[in-house]
Structure formats: structure tokens, C-alpha cells
Design a protein around this ligand. Sequence first.
Ligand SMILES: O=C(CO)[C@H](O)[C@H](O)COP(=O)(O)O
Length: 218
Amino acid sequence: MTQDELKRQVAQAAIEYIEDDSIIGVGTGSTVNHFIEALEAVKHKIKGAVSSSEASTEKLKAMGIEVMDLNFVGDFDVYVDGADEITQHKHMIKGGGAALTREKIVAAVARKFICIIDDSKQVDVLGEFPLPVEVIPMARSYVAREIVKLGGDPVWREGVITDNGNVILDVYNLQIIDPPTLEKTLNNIVGVVTNGIFANRGADVVLVGSQNGVQTLK
Ligand SMILES: O=C(CO)[C@H](O)[C@H](O)COP(=O)(O)O
């Protein structure tokens, strides 16, 4: 199977977690795009979705799925999203698609975060994938200098503006030994909106697509 077929396979497996009359949190990215397509089979049974990006919102609406305002939804059960890297502790790097802030908000509200990945995303230690940090535009240079002091090499993702009107710094060469602490440290830099370490709220269930089928890590 190709990597894309593995993504499709794991996205299909996540459909099992959707309950009748529920509201579903929907992430962003190529794996989630397969999940959105797979929703076709159950869309008549759900109340609607909350979305983590304009891109996913557009796809959901095109399928006739109502996209709800998180402010009026309250708690909901399940959030399904991909990841760029994930450890055995279910700590992740996310934000390859620049949607990290909305993803972190929707994940915070959901009772269960189901992470859908192909097995290439599993790592022992986070950090080979450059860590995305969403930054208020006027603070870009200041935040970059602060990140250098922490040992990272930030690179501005030029041309990319997030759905929130901000910019992204991709940070190379960070030693992510203690993900929950580094997540907080980076978020404490003035001008940072959020960073792509998802450790203080990691995944609850990880579905891993591989050549041997879908494995479930709880
Ligand atoms: O965090 C994300 C977007 O901001 C995605 O979940 C992450 O980049 C994985 O994407 P893909 O499923 O395309 O590999």
C-alpha cells in the first residue's frame, strides 16, 4: 500500500468512533481529508461538526455537513485529527498544515482525541519534523531571537498566513526531551499564539495505519 492508501485505511477506521446524534471535531490535513470523505456514510446520523480550519470547513460544507460555531456547542465527544510526529507517550508535533492553533482549541474542548496516522509518523523523540510556532506578525523577529536562545533554528514559512491572520516559524534542531515543559516555555514567549507541541493535551487513542492493518494504541 502507498502512504496515501495507509492514510485512507486509518481514516476509515476512525469512523467506528462516531456515535449517533453526536457532534464531531474535525482536524486538518491529507489524512483528515480521507476521514471527511469517509463521513459520507454516516453524515445523516450526526448533528454536525466543529472544524479546525477554513480548508476543512469548506470540505465539510461541500458534503452537506453542518459546521457549527464552537462557542455554541459546549463539550463534544470526539476529535479526529492527524499528526506530523507522535511518540509512545502520545505527545505530538502538529501544524504542518499551519492549523495548529485552531486544532489545539478544538482538541482542548473534545472529550476524546483520536489521532489518525500512518506508521511513518511514529518516533522515539519529537523534533526531526520542524516544530511549527504560530506568531503574531509584528513579533516575528523578536520571537525568532527568543527561540534561538532556547537552542532552536527558526525559519519563517514565507508566504503562509494562518486562518487567524498570523505567521508561522518552523523551528529546526530543538531538543524536545521534555515535551510538556517545552510546550509551556514556548507559549510563554510574548507574541507566540501557540506552538505545535501537543503534550499537555495529547491524544487519547492513536490509530496507526500500516501494511499489516490498523493498530489501536490506547
Ligand atoms: O497538524 C496538521 C495540520 O496543521 C496535520 O494534522 C498534520 O500536518 C498531518 O498532516 P497529514 O495528515 O497531511 O500528514
